[in-house]
Design a binder for this molecule. Structure first.
Ligand SMILES: [Cu+2]
Length: 591
């Protein structure tokens, strides 16, 4: 966590420009804009930590500089990330959140804070239009609720694009009972994406030029290599399929490091956030993906990581070399550094266009080698949920794929396990693609992480330390398809945008099953507010309790929900621009 102070801050950061961002990027010091609250004034590089049960949070604007250009961030108490909040399970917290945005702020006059993954009354959830009216300029909203859980979470704005411009922070809840594992040190590692662009302009660019950041196209050389390896006919067929789908197979994320500077605890790679250790200590690292649009693949070369919690909930420990963290997920890991003085925490983006790094070291100022970003990955037809290989579909009229024809009965005979699709997807201008044979893929580490010589976390390795906390079999299933149109940059459920759809109705107290089918070529981290998402395996056995379920392309995954929270709740893709483009629903829990 980083908070720059007038005394400890970097001198004239705007004069220094680096490829991976500014060495000491962050708040622009010396402008007299700093809050005077004593808790916020700590040394540079030290976390701004607020703990207890009473909190005063002021949302305002702060000049920040991560790239050599000064931009206005939205901050909490002047801090980006927002202060680390430390609550205790079993207490009641009071959080007075004030809107101190200046007149004519480009980020609007309304703000909000949503407590991600936290169980609370609906009017405390902080989603304007669903939970409350938002917090208008000059107003203070009093959040007050009982803390019924423990673990690693985060909080962020649910207003417009404020999350993209800095309004996010870590949230740690200390448990009543001690953790079922030991550790000597405890650090938050919050990964985020920063852009100098006004996020409204970035969204407009995505609507007009959705492929702007994906200027890597396959070359003639790639074609010759593939033709040698796979045969000419198969290679031509593969290229035809991709052409029909109007997408390049290197298209793993809508926005990448061509636009973003990645931050670790509010610091660029050159800033080198450092967590100290003594050899042989157990260090707990609480990874939080607070990015707006970015998935990170995380490893610490030379160290094994033992995953002990996912989305705040304990899991049976599993030791890996690497994990992919979807936007909005959290993973707690234990590492035991020894044998060298410094280790690099390395987080490359899923599309392999950039990274952010930090360091674990025995003293400040050390660094270990930083790995190169790995080679770009090429999506396969299997990644897209089209069965074993593209040639399964060679005889089909691929032109139909643009017109949502994949679900038609004509496809059925060729694919025995053909997926059915809701009628609302057919002949729908917001749907350009449907998965023919999606599967849970729980034991798949994901594109770019298969067979890389490292042990990579998969969802199938994540097992809660408790049994299904509800115990009932779901009384009904709700199947929802994640849909979109790449070129229009529209996203939705069942082909419908948020603005077009009725709320989903849950009956208070019921146990139900949500089945998600990803009909798009992108990954979507799906987040249900106010209630847990209890992920199942393919046979319907409870696996792991989460608040955000990642949905890779071509996947079909199911989870149970206990509808034990009355009122209206947001349910959405946690990629900010997918949510804004329509991949959101209101869930209503009524008696
Ligand atoms: Cu999405």
């Amino acid at each position: 966590m980083t908070l720059r102070t007038p005394n400890g801050g970097p001198a004239q950061p705007a004069r220094r420009r680096f490829v991976q961002g500014l060495a000491a990027g962050g708040a622009v010091a010396g402008l007299g804009l700093w809050p005077r609250a004593s808790y916020a004034l700590q040394g540079a590089g030290l976390p701004s930590v607020l703990s207890g049960t009473q909190f005063d949070l002021s949302i305002g604007e702060t000049p920040m500089n991560f790239t050599g250009r000064t931009r206005t961030a939205i901050t909490v108490n002047g801090s980006l990330p927002a202060p680390l909040l430390r609550w205790r399970e079993g207490t009641t917290v009071d959080l007075r959140v004030s809107n101190a945005l200046p007149m004519h702020s480009v980020h609007g006059h309304e703000t909000s804070i949503h407590w991600h993954g936290i169980l609370l009354p609906a009017n405390m959830d902080g989603v304007p239009g669903i939970s409350f009216d938002g917090i208008h300029r000059g107003e203070t909203y009093a959040y007050r609720f009982d803390v019924k859980q423990s673990g690693t979470y985060w909080y962020h704005s649910h207003s417009a694009y404020q999350e993209q411009v800095g309004l996010y922070g870590p949230l740690i809840i200390d448990p009543i009972e001690p953790a079922p594992f030991a550790f000597d040190r405890d650090y938050v590692v919050m990964l985020t994406d920063w852009t100098d662009l006004d996020p409204a302009a970035l969204f407009a660019r995505l609507k007009k030029m959705p492929g702007y950041d994906n200027y890597y196209k396959r070359t003639l050389g790639d074609f010759m290599r593939d033709a040698r390896r796979d045969g000419l006919a198969e290679t031509i067929e593969d290229r035809k399929l991709w052409g029909a789908m109007r997408m390049t197979p290197t298209d793993l994320a809508d926005v990448n490091a061509n636009t973003y500077t990645y931050l670790l605890n509010g610091t660029t790679s050159l800033g080198n956030w450092t967590g100290l250790f003594r050899s042989g200590e157990k260090v707990r690292l609480r990874f939080i993906n607070g990015a707006s649009m970015t998935y990170f693949d995380v490893r610490i070369p030379g160290l094994k990581m033992t995953v002990v919690a996912a989305d705040g909930q304990y899991v049976h420990p599993v030791t890996v070399d690497e994990f992919r963290i979807a936007t909005a997920e959290t993973f707690d890991v234990i590492v035991e550094p020894s044998g060298q003085d410094a280790f690099t925490i390395f987080a490359q983006d899923m599309g392999r266009t950039g990274y952010v790094s930090g360091t674990l070291a025995v003293r400040e100022g050390l660094r270990a080698p930083v790995p190169a970003v790995e080679a770009r990955q090429i999506l396969s037809m299997a990644d897209m949920g089209h069965g074993a290989a593209a040639h399964d579909m060679a005889g089909m009229d691929m032109a139909g794929m643009d017109h949502a024809a994949m679900g038609h009965a004509a496809m059925g005979h060729a694919m025995p396990a053909a997926q059915h699709h809701p009628a609302s997807e057919s002949h729908n201008p917001f749907v350009d693609m449907q998965a023919a044979s999606p599967t849970p893929k729980l034991d798949d580490p994901g594109i770019g992480l298969r067979d890389n010589g490292r042990t990579v976390l998969t969802y199938s390795m994540l097992r809660s330390v408790f049994d299904d906390p509800d115990g009932r079999d779901p009384g009904r299933d709700i199947e929802l398809h994640l849909t979109g149109h790449m070129e229009r940059f529209t996203w939705g459920f069942n082909g419908q945008k948020f603005s077009q759809a009725e709320p989903l109705r849950f009956n208070y107290g019921e146990r139900l099953r949500i089945v998600l089918v990803n009909d798009t070529m992108m990954t979507h981290p799906i987040h249900l507010h106010g209630m847990w998402s209890d992920l199942e395996d393919a046979d319907g056995n409870f696996h792991v309790r989460k608040h955000t379920i990642d949905m890779p392309p071509g996947s079909r995954r199911s989870y149970r929900v206990r509808a034990d929270a009355l009122g209206g709740w947001a349910y959405h893709c946690h990629l900010l621009f997918h949510m804004e483009a329509g991949m959101m629903r209101e869930v209503r829990v009524d008696e």
